[in-house]
Write a new protein. Structure first.
Lengths: 189, 580
């Protein structure tokens, strides 16, 4: 069995017990930064896109958006391609892989006479519950059709639970058009 | 001194005495019956041989080439030479340099089979590559994805990447081949299972191959459709997504579905089924193998009958008729009202019309209800249709034999009740899961004599409409219970989904009705308790429990009834056409 040692709190000297020295040191640091920020010399202000008044960003007037990296994982959304085709064919793999079960899909058939009749299948309903979503990106990773991507939208708010469920049209609105993807349903198909 | 020294028998002679042969499979010697197919011998040895065209219930054309294995026999001794046996009593196996198909060849004495090894693995990889050359790879939109042999074997035995740079052959897609079936020719791997099934089992040979080479396609006869009542079995048979069900098309991916073994309740045969559900919804019903009931098939009409339980006409709440209008109430109210109303009548004024569509447990409780009400007027309704000479029995009640065992001859009592209603000796009816008009043949005039009708139904029908109290029951996918089929086999229903709304399982509502009438408690808390009572009270059920019934059922009666499809299958198995 492991040996249990009870940790003792360090014994404070009389000067330490007064706290005055600590408070004084802290105040000095604060004052140094306050002075620098008033002079417009805050460290990292530029790289962090801050207001310049300290390194604090004045959210929501100022946002991180320009600084988000390419691989940023925000709200998942559906995309269309150059031909304005819904890329999703409702294979339901994202629904399967989704760890918090945030995705719900009702598959549907593409009616005869439609431009993309040969694809046969597309989602009739596609819902992502943003209260459940954990932004893990597994849906994007699993998608065999390059149809779902995590975009840079992170401020997903709503005043009711229903509002927090992204329906199909909202998902396409966030996702928009994505070019340069594999055109699997080409003329040879 | 005896002149015969006891010589040790060789393994081949030992096996021959029992009608067996010795086969070496992947290095292990086993004994299998003479005439066994190599693929079945491998199955006995628990070595999987991938295959597409082979199916034990169909003839073996050997055209998919997926089951190629390496085979070897002892070399033929030179003229005049004797075979040489090793220490273990077996001859040395001379391996053939080329593979053979395991599905259409039978085993022989001292045969060797290799299901692994360089040659076999290379062969499988080659066959997989050829099968996938023209495959459209549209798994994301294919209903078969998740239960597709092509997917499974290409993961196990395929090479992972295509070397094919030429254009794929285009073939018709999404072809309307029949009222219930869709055909995608690009996905087809020409295994011909569907063609053989329609020819050999369904007796409606409408399918065939047309064109040649890579352009070969499965086609339906130009003047015909694949509209046989057994057509949807080809969907189950199809190892890929070429034949898909229109009913299940794009409904749900199979990996979400939960499988519940159950039985079909549309006729006396009681085909074994698997009910596929997600959440509280049934998505499809498929046949389940039972060589004593339905082989591996089931009729389309019965397969799709689960949709009847999903309509808007389901009863979800108990109802009491107030001033000619049904009003929704709760179970307590409905049951006390029923008990109070029944107590207004003399016991011989009450009749119970039960149904041979109820399970044994429900029928047993029906008998208990009759005993509580002290009435002997308990009838069931006969339901006779046309037999189709395959699986559909003329008896359209799934539990006629169970009703006979539990209630005795109850069918003839229906007329007594009819006349009793006419002459006013019967004034109250308890109807359990039966339709009085279409099935039992009552007319409104005849029923005018009934002052009280209490009925339980799953669907809103005319009987429910005229009932004073309606108790909602559960559909066949929503309850447990056992039934006895036409051949006397006891089989069980399993609960795949929960009863809709406030509906109760039928055995519960009959028990609760008994409790409401007597005001006492009994010891039937679970359906197992009811079966325990049945097993102690009825000889044929002695010692029966749900676990003993199992998924394959248990014969408890000798009825002498044969299922025509099985008779035919046995003949074909004896003729060596199929494995069976």
């Amino acid at each position: 069995m492991a040996k249990v040692t009870k940790l003792q709190r360090p014994k404070l000297s009389k000067t330490d017990e007064l706290y005055l020295v600590g408070i004084f040191k802290g105040t000095l640091v604060t004052l140094k930064h306050a002075f620098k920020s008033v002079m417009g010399k805050s460290r990292g202000a530029d790289s962090l896109n801050s207001s310049g008044l300290g390194i604090t960003m004045q959210y929501p007037e100022e946002k991180w958006d320009d600084h988000l990296p390419e691989y940023y994982r925000g709200a998942p959304a559906l995309v269309t391609d150059e031909q304005d085709r819904e890329r999703c064919v409702s294979c339901q793999l994202c629904e399967f892989i989704c760890p918090p079960k945030a995705i719900k899909i009702v598959p549907g058939e593409i009616p005869e006479g439609d431009e993309w009749e040969k694809v046969e299948k597309r989602p009739q309903e596609f819902e992502i519950d943003m209260i459940r979503c954990i932004f893990c990106g597994l849906c994007e990773e699993v998608c065999p059709e390059q149809a779902i991507y995590l975009r840079k939208d992170y401020a997903i708010t709503g005043t009711s639970r229903e509002e927090m469920v992204h329906k199909k049209d909202r998902l396409y609105e966030i996702g928009g058009k994505r070019v340069g993807l594999v055109n699997k349903w080409n003329d040879l198909k | 001194m005896s002149d015969t020294t006891p010589t040790k028998l060789l393994p081949k002679d030992e096996a021959a005495e029992k009608g067996l042969v010795n086969v070496q499979i992947d290095g292990n010697w086993i004994q299998v019956p003479r005439g066994t197919r190599m693929i079945e011998a491998c199955k006995i040895a628990e070595k999987e041989v991938p295959h597409y065209c082979y199916h034990p219930k169909l003839s073996s054309p050997g055209n998919c080439r997926m089951c190629l294995v390496q085979m070897g026999m002892p070399p033929r001794p030179a003229p005049g030479a004797d075979p040489v046996y090793g220490d273990d009593g077996f001859q040395e196996i001379g391996w053939m340099p080329r593979p053979v198909i395991a599905c259409a060849n039978t085993v022989g004495e001292n045969m060797g089979i290799r299901t692994t090894g360089d040659l076999v693995e290379k062969t499988r990889e080659g066959v997989m590559e050829f099968l996938l050359i023209n495959h459209p790879l549209d798994c994301p939109i294919c209903d078969q994805a998740g239960e597709c042999s092509l997917q499974e074997f290409s993961v196990e035995h395929g090479r992972g990447q295509s070397r094919f740079v030429e254009d794929k052959v285009k073939k018709p897609k999404n072809v309307d081949i029949g009222p219930r079936i869709n055909l995608d020719d690009e996905r087809c791997i020409m295994c011909s299972r569907c063609i053989r099934f329609m020819d050999e089992v369904a007796d409606d040979p409408v399918l065939g191959f047309s064109e040649r080479g890579t352009h070969t396609t499965v086609t339906c006869h130009p003047d015909r459709k694949l509209d046989s009542n057994y057509g949807m079995n080809t969907v189950d048979l199809c190892p890929v997504g070429a034949l898909t069900s229109k009913d299940f098309r794009f409904q749900m991916r199979v990996w979400f579905l939960k499988e519940t073994p159950s039985i079909d309740v549309n006729c006396g045969t009681g085909c074994n089924t698997t009910v596929w559900t997600r959440g509280n919804k049934v998505y499809r019903v498929t046949p389940r193998r039972n060589d004593d009931v339905n082989s591996e098939w089931m009729p389309d009409s019965h397969r799709l009958s689960f949709h009847n339980t999903q309509g808007d006409d389901r009863l979800t709440d108990p109802m009491i008729k107030v001033e000619g209008k049904h009003e929704i109430t709760d179970w307590n109210n409905a049951l006390t009202a029923s008990a109070d109303a029944l107590k207004q009548f003399e016991s011989n004024e009450i009749a119970i019309i039960a149904s041979a569509r109820l399970t044994n447990e429900e029928l047993f409780l029906t008998q208990g209800l009759a005993a509580t009400l002290e009435t002997s007027n308990v009838a069931t309704v006969e339901r006779i249709g046309e037999a189709d000479g395959k699986l559909i029995s003329a008896d359209r009640n799934p539990n006629t034999n169970g009703a006979k065992l539990i209630l005795g001859d109850s069918v003839s009592k229906l007329n007594d009740i009819k006349s009793g209603l006419q002459n006013g000796s019967i004034k109250a009816l308890v109807v359990l899961g039966e339709d009085l008009f279409e099935a039992a043949g009552f007319t409104h005039d005849e029923l005018a004599g009934a002052e009280l009708i209490i009925s339980s139904h799953t669907l809103a029908n005319k009987t429910a409409h005229i009932s004073d109290i309606v108790l909602p029951g559960a559909a066949f996918t929503e309850k447990r219970g056992s039934m006895v089929n036409v051949t006397g086999r006891l089989q069980k229903l399993n609960q795949a989904v929960q009863p809709l709304g406030n509906a109760h399982e039928d055995w519960e509502l009959i028990r609760d009705l008994i409790l409401a009438i007597t005001g006492e408690k009994n010891d039937m808390f679970m359906i197992e308790d009811v079966l325990k009572h049945i097993s102690t009270n009825i000889t044929e059920f002695n010692g029966i429990t749900f676990s003993k019934i199992g998924n394959q059922g248990l014969p408890i009666l000798e009825t002498g009834v044969e299922i025509p499809l099985l008779t035919k299958e046995r003949e074909r198995a004896e003729a060596g056409i199929i494995v069976g």
